[in-house]
Design a protein around this ligand. Structure first.
Ligand code: PEP
Ligand code: MG
Length: 785
């Protein structure tokens, strides 16, 4: 028997018919309305490759190095050619076609969905699920080809990649194919039989006109209905403006997008009676499985069809709801998402069937801190000694990142933190690494679960359940290439556009941007990753060894940019960060370390380590690095600058012969700019991360006030604008090296005010260059008009 009818199988038949078919069979067995269909069994696929004698070759061609993208591509192509180039066995062909023909009504050809149903979908890694194809509106002429294409989709690059990386043998996964009657849906959507995050008996339905693909692809915002099961009443109705819908083109059978008639756009999709019918169905499904379900449904001429049901895996035990766990009917192990509406009833596009998408529930919100969308399994890190658990491609979830976490951050596909704002360690480092990040979620470490597949959007600051097929695994990034501007011609600007660097490893990416130099090289990372406070390190290894570490770290960046200038800042880490290190027990416990003993204050009060820092710079100057400039953090007034100058002289660095300057990070330093200039600074660089927090009294790392952290606040801009004006009069260069330098609005303001340079994040350099050029040209035009 090459095929089995869906009503002949149930949840125990995963090995024979794959997860999806087993789940559909189970629903039919429970008396639930599922469109009819049959399944070309996994054994049929296996017999096909074995009888044709292509099995050994097939598994050999896909046994490639997963990190070698060319080999991966070649493997996938070879596998596809082997399968597509082999004829369907005659007996199987007849059985499939006969089964298909029996689904036609009144002599017409049935439109069917051809859906992959792999036997390994229940592996804990979501990436196994949803990688295989689904084809909609298929008729006899294409049926056998589509079945073979489903088989071949077991060997897409992505599927090969994941199996190779997980060490999962290719020959242990088989694939069945479901052939199921399409439902020409009048309306369709998804239903959560209980609240997806709290587990309360509040049933949620999303609904739109036509086929579900519009909902799945995010093309349309669906209506939202909330039904209180304890009161048996509709609680809340939100009617969306549904501009478009998907329908089957009556002539070609293809799924097409059409405009919704004006009068139906804001009309309710579901009546109260229809909601109640769906609720009754939802309750039956939940009763059948004993856990809340995420159901996809469609309605045609008043009849409801269920296209898929799977347990909701996002309900939190702590919230008193039901922890559904990963026990799946289709065993996909995925989190809650609304994406599989692309299923049998033809409510989706060919490949969107099993992946997270824009309609999936947002599990957690935060600040989009480093751009990019990426999927991976959650890896919660609570202590430093758990770091080796973070595997390539995982999403690192932690309260706040620390410098010691950088190796794990590099391995991670994405980063999520509970705490912190746009200028936190996590935000800065992930941007430099080119790893998407969402920070300041507040509850990420509690709301997400280890191993749970999620998709993070580092632009929007959202974390959704499930894997997104379009999300690029981190391993496929080519970090340096990704940083290289796509438009090869660098805009020529009078205002210099530089780049910030916080980890020496990012130097190559930073230089690839074509920036005019480094506006801020932070050395904290080089020091904190030593694992010891500077004092302890010097005690244990000697002053020279400490200098060596700094010389090596700075040199790497200075070489990468030579002869472009690299502005290196002396150390500015708060006591709470030093306290984490060996020797940190002596650090004072401060009520608010941001307002405490950091930057130049510490360096002047505790000059031993500061002296060694300066000695390292003196060595670099001796080595010929005349592109290095020195910058002092968190100065308030001329006394701070005089102190720094004294130590420079002591270290053998002549302030007259080298370029050096200060950060403007406190309102005091902005207001004291004339005195600072008189003390001899060559430049003043706005550290807007601190300047904003001190001007607005908004702790930059406190997610509770993150929405009040506004670098473009008029008070901040006034301080900056006035400082630039004074510096221009006094011949002092001005720059910005805070995060705000990456914002086009800030760039526009600064250029108008006459700033000398702007230093931006790696990912923002090219945009800032264009913005600067635009504003400069406008100013020039204005001046001649
Ligand atoms: C700043 O304060 O804007 C700055 C660049 O310094 P850091 O973020 O290292 O405090
Ligand atoms: Mg600062």
């Amino acid at each position: 028997m090459a095929v089995l009818w869906l009503d002949e199988v149930d949840a125990d038949d995963i090995d024979t018919v794959g997860g999806k078919a087993a789940s559909l069979g189970e629903l039919i067995g429970a008396g639930l309305p599922v469109p009819p269909g049959f399944v070309v069994t996994a054994g049929t696929y296996r017999a096909f490759i074995e009888e044709a004698g292509i099995d050994d070759e097939l598994f050999e061609v896909v046994d490639v190095d997963p990190e070698d993208s060319a080999a991966l591509r070649a493997g996938a192509e070879a596998a596809s050619e082997l399968i597509m180039g082999t004829d369907f066995p005659e007996s199987v062909r007849e059985e499939v076609l006969e089964s298909y023909r029996s689904m036609g009504e009144d002599g017409t050809e049935a439109f069917v969905a051809v859906r992959s149903s792999a036997t390994a979908e229940d592996l804990p890694d979501a990436s196994f699920a949803g990688q295989q194809d689904t084809y909609l509106n298929v008729r006899e002429a294409d049926l056998l080809r589509r079945v073979k294409e489903c088989w071949a989709s077991l060997f897409t690059q992505r599927a090969i990649y994941y199996r190779q990386r997980k060490g999962f043998p290719h020959d242990e996964v088989d694939i069945a194919v479901v052939v199921q009657r399409m439902v020409d849906a009048d309306t369709s959507g998804v239903m959560f039989t209980s609240h997806p995050s709290t587990g309360e008996p509040r049933l949620i339905i999303e609904a739109a006109w036509g086929l579900g693909e519009a909902v799945v692809s995010g093309t349309v915002s669906p209506d939202n209905y909330v039904y209180d099961r304890s009161r048996s009443a509709v609680d809340d109705v939100t009617v969306a403006d549904k501009k478009v819908m998907m329908i089957k083109d009556p002539e070609t059978g293809e799924t097409v997008e059409v405009d919704v008639d004006d009068d139906r756009r804001t009309e309710r999709v579901l009546s109260d009676e229809e909601i109640e019918a769906l609720v009754a169905l939802g309750e039956r499904v939940e009763d059948h499985y004993g856990v809340p379900q995420d159901v996809e449904w469609a309605m045609y001429e008043g009849d409801i069809y269920m296209l898929q049901s799977r347990p909701i895996t996002t309900i939190q035990e702590s919230s008193g709801g039901v922890a559904a766990g990963a026990a799946g009917t289709d065993g996909s192990g995925r989190g809650t998402n609304a994406s599989d509406a692309a299923g049998a009833a033809g409510n989706g596009d060919a490949n969107a069937a099993d992946t997270a998408d824009a309609t999936a529930d947002v599990l957690v919100h935060g600040l989009g801190a480093s751009p990019g969308i990426v999927s991976g399994a959650v890896r919660i890190v609570t202590k430093l000694d758990h770091l080796d658990q973070v595997q390539e491609g995982d999403i690192l979830v932690t309260e706040m990142t620390m410098p010691d976490m950088v190796p794990a951050m590099k391995r991670a596909a994405g980063i999520v933190t509970d705490e912190g704002g746009m200028t936190s360690h996590a935000a800065i480092v992930s941007r430099e690494l080119g790893v998407p990040a969402v920070v300041g979620t507040g509850t990420g470490t509690r709301d997400l679960q280890n191993g749970q597949p999620i998709t993070i959007d580092g632009d929007k600051g959202t974390i959704r359940a499930g894997a997104d097929e379009d999300a690029q695994p981190a391993e496929e990034f080519e970090p340096v290439e990704a940083a290289r501007p796509q438009t090869p011609v660098k805009p020529m600007t009078a205002t210099e556009v530089k780049v910030n660097v916080s980890i020496p490893e990012a130097a190559e990416r930073a230089a690839a941007t074509g920036a005019d130099g480094v506006g801020l090289l932070r050395i904290e990372h080089m020091v904190l990753t030593l694992g010891k406070t500077p004092e302890q390190y010097i005690r244990d290894h000697g002053a020279r060894a400490y200098q060596d570490e700094l010389v090596e770290g700075v040199r790497g960046v200075a070489d990468e940019f030579y002869p472009r200038p690299v502005r290196v800042r002396t150390i500015d880490a708060p006591t709470d960060e030093f306290r984490e290190l060996e020797g940190g027990d002596d650090e004072p416990v401060e009520h608010n370390p941001m307002l405490g003993w950091r930057g130049i204050r510490r360096s002047l009060d505790k000059p031993d380590a500061f002296q060694q820092e300066l000695a390292a710079f003196a060595r670099l100057f001796d080595m010929g690095y005349d592109n290095i400039e020195l910058m002092f953090p968190l100065v308030n007034d001329a006394a701070d600058v005089e102190g720094a100058k004294r130590h420079m002289n002591e270290a053998g660095i002549d302030p007259e012969k080298h370029t050096w300057g200060v950060m403007i990070e406190t309102p005091a330093s902005a207001l004291q700019i004339e005195e600072l200039a008189a003390a001899g600074i060559d430049f003043a660089s706005f550290g807007t991360n601190d300047l904003t927090q001190y001007t607005l009294a908004v702790d930059r790392n406190n997610e509770h006030v993150a929405d009040r952290f506004d670098e473009l606040h008029p008070a901040v801009l006034t301080l900056i604008g006035d400082t630039i004006a004074t510096c221009r009069e006094l011949g002092v260069d001005t720059s910005i090296c805070g995060q705000a330098g990456s914002k086009p609005e800030m760039a526009e303001f600064l250029v108008e005010e006459g700033v000398s340079s702007i230093s931006a994040n790696i990912d923002a350099v090219r945009d800032v260059q264009h913005e600067v050029k635009r504003v400069e040209q406008r100013l020039l035009l204005d001046s001649v008009r």
